[in-house]
Design a protein around this ligand. Structure first.
Ligand SMILES: Cc1cc2nc3c(=O)[nH]c(=O)nc-3n(C[C@H](O)[C@H](O)[C@H](O)COP(=O)(O)OP(=O)(O)OC[C@H]3O[C@@H](n4cnc5c(N)ncnc54)[C@H](O)[C@@H]3O)c2cc1C
Length: 415
């Protein structure tokens, strides 16, 4: 049975997140979005306050003191936080993602060592680093060439790994206290069986953030370039099996909602664009009536609502399905693609609805457009995610299948 009635706890979490988004995040983001220096815009007070309200540690298992939230609950809270600000929501969302992978991939000793540290520090946010200057989509859609994809390399020396390489565009880069790093531990094989995951603290010797990128949107969070020069990682901080990080994390990111989370957060941006437009449409008078007195503009708002509701339904159903053995994995990617494309379309409609006022930086719509654009690329480009999803298309119906149509075979044969 599919039941879209939220649990009392999900409703409670959504209310906590909504209050936090409107009371804390929106005012903070209005200031931070305008700060020119990308290294000066992050507002730590938002993280500290979010920690107090239990939002930072949403996915830490309950036995370690967290919320133990499932994928659907994270989608609901992620959307609501992004309603406040997408960049700040990403700071939380990335942290949830890595906490989930620690909870699932780490052994008990590692969990007992890392999770309490993360729980106890109100400023502890996390980052995951895959993308490199010469390895972007090749990490999302890996191929057989050993020279394609991640080239950061970790070499085993005694009881330590020695890590070298460069990562870029990393969300929470320069802010995170712990980084989940994927590096090659074998240069001669394809990425699929030569990547290993490590946890590296931000104060590790030889680790440096060399650039904080100046971005069009998501200006309230940092995206950094990370450099590793002979960084020594103790054997105990290798997470999962040697060479098996890619299949383990790829599975985790689908089942534990990386793409779904990405879609859910950008949906929050679309919802905000809609709500602001609804308010504007009642207040702004042209043609002697409010904008929403014109049927053409009513239709515009209705189409925005349709895209938002369709995105939410797709994301929630996919989030719900992650618990099923027979989950249709392509929906994890396609629901992100659909939600992010819809969010950009909704923001564009909002810009047209607001007229010139939408284009002016004094007003809130242009920021939403800049923010929404980021998820056409972040968490895998929509092109590459769609390409991957196409790999999960079903086999065609066979002659003895109920849905088989002989006419299709005839038509394909030109008859
Ligand atoms: C705001 C933001 C936050 C990010 N945060 C993180 C993070 O926290 N951690 C992290 O590791 N990375 C992060 N990234 C990086 C992101 O995952 C990459 O940008 C993405 O995977 C694409 O890589 P690329 O930018 O190098 O593009 P490229 O891979 O160079 O792609 C360029 C173009 O070619 C197309 N293309 C590529 N390969 C193929 C193919 N095989 N077939 C057809 N078309 C193809 C792409 O669709 C795209 O249109 C972030 C990016 C952004 C914008």
């Amino acid at each position: 049975m599919v039941d879209f009635q939220l649990t009392p706890r999900q409703m409670e979490l959504r209310d906590i997140a909504k209050r936090f988004a409107t009371e804390v995040m929106i005012p903070a983001a209005e200031v931070a979005d305008r700060i020119e220096d990308p290294e000066a815009s992050f507002n730590w007070e938002v993280i500290r306050e979010g920690s107090k309200r239990g939002l930072r540690t949403l996915t830490v298992p309950r036995e370690y003191g967290g919320e133990g939230a499932d994928v659907l609950s994270c989608a609901i809270v992620g959307e609501t936080l992004a309603y406040g600000d997408l960049g700040l929501a990403v700071a939380f969302d990335q942290t949830w993602k890595i906490m989930t992978s620690i909870a699932n991939m780490a052994n008990d000793e590692q969990k007992n060592r890392w999770l309490p540290k993360i729980m106890d520090d109100d400023e502890c946010i996390l980052a995951t680093a895959w993308t490199e200057p010469m390895a972007g989509s090749d990490n999302v859609w890996p191929n057989q060439n050993p020279g394609a994809g991640i080239q950061s390399y970790a070499e085993k020396k005694g009881d330590r790994w020695v890590l070298n390489g460069t990562k870029r565009y990393i969300s929470n880069g320069g802010l995170a206290k712990v980084y989940q790093i994927a590096a090659r531990t074998d240069k001669d094989n394809p990425m699929m069986n030569s990547l290993t995951a490590f946890l590296v603290p931000s104060d590790a010797k030889g680790f440096e953030v060399t650039e904080v990128w100046d971005k069009l949107g998501q200006r309230c969070v940092q995206n950094g370039t990370l450099e590793f020069h002979d960084v020594e990682v103790p054997e105990e901080d290798q997470i999962g099996e040697v060479g098996q990080a890619l299949p383990a994390l790829a599975n985790l990111f689908i089942r534990h909602g990386s793409n779904i989370q990405a879609g859910a957060t950008v949906l929050g941006v679309a919802q905000r664009a809609y709500d602001l437009s609804l308010q504007y449409g009642h207040a702004r008078i042209q043609g002697s009536v409010p904008l929403l007195g014109h049927q053409l503009q009513q239709i515009r708002l209705a189409r925005m609502a349709m895209k938002i509701e369709a995105s939410r339904s797709y994301l929630w159903r996919t989030a719900w399905s992650t618990q099923l053995e027979e989950m249709d994995r392509k929906n994890a990617m396609l629901s992100k693609v659909f939600a992010s494309e819809s969010a950009v379309q909704v923001c564009q409609e909002a810009m047209e609805f607001w007229g010139a006022a939408g284009y002016m930086r004094k007003n809130p719509i242009e920021k939403l457009m800049r923010d929404a654009l980021s998820f056409l690329h972040s968490d895998g480009t929509n092109d590459v995610l769609t390409l991957k999803a196409a790999g999960f298309l079903e086999d065609p119906p066979q002659v003895d299948d109920l849905v088989y149509s002989p006419r299709v075979t005839e038509a394909a044969a030109g008859r």
